[in-house]
Design a protein around this ligand. Sequence first.
Ligand code: SF4
Ligand code: SF4
Length: 617
Amino acid sequence: MIFSPAEKIVLALLIAASLTGFWLRLGPVVRIIRAAKPDAGFHIGAIVPRVRRFVWEVLLQGKVIKDRPVAGAAHALVFWGFCAFALITMNHVATGFGLPLLTRSGGFGAFYFGLAAVFAVAVAVSISYLAFRRYLLRPVWLGKLAPESGIIAALIFILMVTYLGGLATDESTLTGHAFWWGHTLALLIFLPLIPHTKHLHLVLSPLTVFMKREGFSDIPKLAGDEDFGLVTGKDVTQLDALQAFSCVECGRCTEHCPANNTGKVLNPKEVILGLRSYLRAEGTASEAPLLGVHISEEAIFQCTTCGACEQSCPVGIQHLPDIIGLRRGAVNTGAWEDPFGTKLFLAMERNGNSLGMASGERMKFIEKAGLPIYDGTQEYCLWLGCMGAYDPAGRETVQALVKILRHLNITFGVLRKEKCNGDPARRLGNDLLFTSLAEENLQTIDGVSKDKAPKFLSICPHCVRTMSTDWQEAGRTVEIEHHSELLARYASQLPSAGGETREKVVYHDPCYLGRYRGVYDEPRSVLAQSVEVVEAPRNREKSFCCGAGGGQMFLGEEKGERVNITRARELTETGAETVAAACPFCASMFRDALKAVSENPPKLLDIAQIVARGLEE
Ligand code: SF4
Ligand code: SF4
């Protein structure tokens, strides 16, 4: 294809204008991210898991396809098409200056043009479907319709059609020339639109996925005594900013959010977009509060910290560091005023437990139940937690577990003194209270077992998570596992039952055991030995929260429908005779909820209670 000098000059000017438009928008975003404060304690760490995640989530589009197979596959084809078109685009521009890289006449060029043609058809079909879905099917989770998405979709379609048209036409003809210019103009209009729209994720999200903080929904370390969490723009970190600008507004996080699903104000997508609009309006040097105009305080305190948002986000956005960071900012500076929150913090401070019970009640239970005291010689230190020590149902679960431990000849003991590990304070952003509780507990532990670090066992996934991960903020963590993990290891020595008429049991995945710890199979395998396990429609990593986490259990009446009612209805509708819980908070949330949704509610038992039923007295 031959181009006149005038055409080459016009082409050069158009490219310069397009690149300028691209940088005029991308430049400020890059400057905002770079100007944000570095993330305290962030290390790139091991590269292999990061590369693995990058390959799965970015190159293979695994997460996108897994979550929404049809739309995800269409998105993946567009992405792979873009990758295939990188070389075609370089060749296209070089051809305009008389320096083509590929020829159609044979060899690699002929093969590659043909391959790109296959992708062009796939991309044209996929983008048409995605536009049809967005503008005609209109899934509620996509939110407001933005005209830019339609323009971008049209430009991608034109890019593919002009490529195919050019390929089917003699390059030297006027029509071939027209297709070349049509493709060029679509490309040069498309480029500056990318950073002006949510398609900015094309540029940022590969980096966001690669740089994501390690650990699931980990709460970042505070940078020092002067760090109170996310209070103003000055507190926003580089990763917070990078993630905020990477949001593709797909609404997957909102679709799975239990708070949003039950009519609360909280919408995790809007939290991320609120942070982005704050950064655009105020920047990272601003002392304007983050909560208020751009992000709602009410919404932030409705989060159950279930992690469904992070789990479902396809571009590596971690909502909980932001949500808990904002809670920290509000609580640590005294800006959050909530009578339930104040009562909870006082109970934890004065009584050492989140239920506000007299601390002496714990020892009375230990004596009555005949629990041995841990002295460093036993195999396990059984951590009772607030629910196991003070809640009547939690105590029954502990006693069931003790019966199993004795059956298995596993030695154990409980601490003479134990305080709440600080989970509700941690999730609600009260760092002072959390750290002091963690430190006191660590001192107690050191006092009973100087030579050998105890191995802890707990009936509560919140205790397991907090002590195994969050206590790092207070200096160090401890080795602890959930009873479902121990039971699964000893499954061969536990009772089993066969037959066709086994009891139908629906297992509810606690968020802090499933999403946070990746424990899905162990409780199911333990149950499957003696009962028939049935699944709720939302299970495993897609499970729906019970509504207790993140301190919500203590924060009074919920807006909209209660999360536990929604979940209890779903569990009841499976027709199971029994709901199996593996977390005393979940059990507590379902106790009344099951009765509220059914006149003939299923039984509610912890997995330890189900196993212990089969043991002889
Ligand atoms: S953690 Fe759960 S409740 Fe909180 S915003 Fe995410 S999905 Fe919603
Ligand atoms: S935060 Fe992630 S899941 Fe939520 S809308 Fe943005 S890209 Fe989608």
